[in-house]
Design a protein around this ligand. Structure first.
Ligand code: NAP
Length: 273
């Protein structure tokens, strides 16, 4: 006989889950997709460019796991791109809204177009996808939605207020959706990574200190000079963010919903997010 756990999942059932990670051709998204794939989930890999998306899917497949790894190129910053993605993958059990862009622009120089573009890619993408997938998860009685926010959502960088504002908004959006699906077996949470060694951040730090200095020394100086509140004393690795998201996507995380969870190496000097 199969009984049901408090989290709504049949105990003893072997369930192969389908996980969609937006923006999984690189960095944190690729590490998250790899973690779920290694657990044996079917994973949908996404990015804007078909070649980059196929190449990432190949790397993720080769990293282990026996699930199906699909590559779906779609720009989640547009309604058409989201439709393309949801048509190709109509149902998922775990949605990780990871796709995001960031750059530094002085506060008074951020244009209307940039404000709108940032909200479309970093916020509306996750709203549109959650609106599609979460009601289906509710029908199935199980689901997980995770928004990848940032420490910048609670500690606004003055040269990235357009970015920080989108990351704050994600926290509110995730909390609101969690309330909407309360008591259904579906959870919605946000994760706030701190400075993480992704390819873009690695290049930024290498350029910041110029040539001739070993990367580990540049990393140490960057943290000491630019992120002195970090308790970790180094950049976070994408796999360290992925392990929290993997947990949130699991059966075991059934009582964690409507939460904002930090994986920031303690860089935000606060007890709560
Ligand atoms: P990344 O290495 O630049 O990767 C970004 C990913 O998003 C790529 O796979 C990119 O794919 C994809 N992407 C961008 N725009 C897209 C769009 N419109 N449609 C579909 N895919 C899109 O970034 P990351 O550093 O791993 O950051 C991932 C998330 O973590 C972001 O939400 C970011 O805000 C958050 N975060 C990062 C850090 C950090 O220190 N790195 C810290 C806190 C939070 P293609 O380029 O192949 O299209």
């Amino acid at each position: 006989m199969t009984s049901t756990s408090p989290g709504g999942t049949p105990v003893n059932a072997t369930t192969r889950r389908t996980v969609l990670v937006t923006g999984s051709t690189s960095g944190i998204g690729e590490a998250i997709a790899t973690a779920f794939a290694r657990d044996g989930a079917d994973v949908v890999v996404n990015g804007r460019d078909p070649q980059r998306t196929d190449a990432a899917a190949k790397r993720i497949r080769e990293a282990g796991g026996d699930g199906e790894i699909r590559a779906i190129a779609a720009d989640v910053g547009t309604a058409d791109g989201v439709r393309l993605l949801t048509d190709a993958a109509p149902d998922v059990d775990v949605l990780v809204n990871n796709a995001g862009i960031f750059d530094a622009t002085p506060a008074f120089e951020i244009t209307d177009e940039d404000w709108i573009r940032y909200f479309e890619i970093n916020v509306l993408s996750g709203i549109r996808l959650t609106r599609h997938y979460a009601p289906r998860m509710v029908q199935h009685g199980w689901g997980r939605v995770v928004f990848i926010s940032s420490e910048s959502g609670v500690s606004i960088p003055k040269d990235m207020i357009h970015y920080g504002a989108t990351k704050t908004t994600q926290l509110a959006v995730a909390r609101g959706f969690a309330q909407e699906v309360a008591g259904t077996g579906v959870t919605v949470n946000s994760v706030l990574p701190g400075p993480t060694l992704t390819p873009g951040v690695g290049t930024f730090i290498a350029n910041h200190f110029g040539d001739g200095i070993p990367f580990d020394e540049a990393e140490r100086r960057f943290i000491a000079e630019e992120r002195p509140t970090s308790l970790l004393g180094r950049l976070i690795r994408p796999e360290e963010v992925a392990s929290l998201v993997r947990y949130l996507g699991s059966d075991g995380a059934s009582a964690t919903t409507g939460a904002a969870l930090r994986v920031d190496g303690g860089v935000v000097n606060s007890i709560i997010p």
